[in-house]
Design a protein around this ligand. Structure first.
Ligand code: NAD
Ligand code: WQD
Length: 343
């Protein structure tokens, strides 16, 4: 079975390619390398013993996308990760985000329809829930007005997919990720933020290794037990495994309706200070951090109700917080060592 993974050299995509190959799927990757490197394919091969095919082009290019699908019309399913994902940048450059994230999706859907490829797994986000009225947040919770153009691309994408499904034979599963962190146990693939990281865990590991002076903790005056915001952090390998299950569910014709939505989280929330403590424990280091003012747009607390995913997909996140941050730390160290050895 051939699966197309768009954005397959990126953070979540690369981990998913590994899990797909571990289960015997043949993987084709399309990526324009705007936020990743072709070397990732070497590392995937080191982990799995199989080299996925990589085609480098921009999915915003309608003709190239159509040509790719015509040449590969035996694809059993598409897992669509390719998108820009930096919330702050999307506020500065909204059109760049709308064009990249929405046009690429429309091109893919059009080519799927034209080549009778029916199964799409889409990367959505817990950001669609905003600050939910009830916790934990289930898939039935209302979608809140997006806080950023990035978040809006996820909401609009889900709508584009649903409308296309109504008018074609395409089926779709939207997976709403909570906060993916960590790296593969081999430390050969992991998260590689370009420039200064926006997200908490890469900022922690880069501070610990000495690339950043100090972590800024954005606010400790929130109405939470220790005053810092709470998130549902999920190990990227647990997340990757859910994609394999989702695409297989579609191929096996086990969907209950043509468009399904699943939360991918652990169901457990941790505060920023708890993440820092877990990192200090597993690394044996003291992290240099300072409490500063709140970051605009941050929700106070959100964690998933994963019971529908647990039940329907037969999937459950297995890795705990310490294992997550330990794997992120191992990856950061291995990556920096490799860079130093190259020089
Ligand atoms: P990533 O940036 O590491 O991976 C995305 C990949 O897509 C990159 O390799 C990039 O080069 C590629 N890409 C982007 N635009 C492209 C285009 N037009 N054509 C071809 N390739 C293109 O990001 P990630 O963290 O792996 O995220 C994957 C998906 O999951 C994204 O859709 C993201 O919005 C979504 N998501 C991520 C998070 C998170 O915290 N990482 C949370 C929720 C949802
Ligand atoms: C986590 C917590 C920060 C950095 C983002 C996107 C969301 C989804 C996941 C894609 C917050 C605090 C962070 C720092 C800090 N992505 N923090 N100092 O904001 O929950 O979610 O990534 O869909 O859409 O918004 O993740 O890792 O940025 O922040 O104190 O330097 O860490 O305030 O409480 P977030 P994050």
């Amino acid at each position: 079975m051939k699966i197309l993974v768009t954005g397959g050299t990126g953070y979540i995509g690369s981990h998913t390619v590994v899990e797909l190959q571990n289960k015997g799927f043949e993987v084709l990757i399309v990526d324009n390398l705007s936020n990743s490197s072709a070397e990732i394919v070497d590392n995937i091969e080191k982990i799995t013993g199989t080299r996925p095919v990589l085609e480098v082009f921009d999915l915003v290019d309608r003709e190239k996308t159509a040509d790719f699908f015509q040449r590969n019309n035996d694809i059993a399913g598409v897992i669509h990760f390719a998108a820009y994902k930096a919330v702050g940048e999307s506020v500065e450059k909204p059109l760049m985000y709308y064009r990249n994230n929405l046009v690429s999706l429309m091109n893919i859907l059009e080519s799927m329809r034209d080549n009778n490829i029916q199964n799409l797994v889409f990367s959505s986000s817990c950001t669609v829930y905003g600050q939910p009225d009830e916790l934990p947040v289930s898939e039935k919770a209302p979608i809140k007005k997006a806080e950023s153009p990035y978040g809006n691309t996820k909401q609009i994408s889900e709508e584009i997919i649903q409308d296309t499904i109504k008018a074609s034979d395409i089926h779709g599963i939207a997976l709403r990720y909570f906060n993916p962190i960590g790296a593969h146990e081999s430390a050969l693939i992991g998260e590689l933020p370009l420039g200064v990281p926006n997200n908490l865990v890469p900022f922690i590991t880069q501070t610990a290794i000495g690339i950043r002076d100090q972590l800024k903790v954005f606010g400790n005056d929130y109405p939470t037990p220790d005053g810092t915001p709470i998130r549902d952090y999920i190990h990227v390998v647990d997340l990757a495994k859910a994609h394999v299950i989702a695409v297989d569910r579609m191929i096996q014709d086990k969907m209950k309706k043509p468009f399904e939505v699943f939360n991918l989280g652990t169901g457990k929330g941790y505060s920023v200070l708890e993440v820092i403590k877990a990192f200090e424990k597993v690394s044996g280091l003291k992290l240099n951090y300072k409490i500063v003012g709140r970051r605009e747009g941050d929700v106070i607390q959100v964690w998933a109700d994963p019971s529908f995913s647990n039940r329907e997909l037969g999937w459950k996140a297995e890795k705990g917080l310490e294992e997550m941050v330990a794997s992120a730390w191992k990856w950061e160290q291995a990556y920096r060592k490799k860079l130093a050895d190259k020089q």
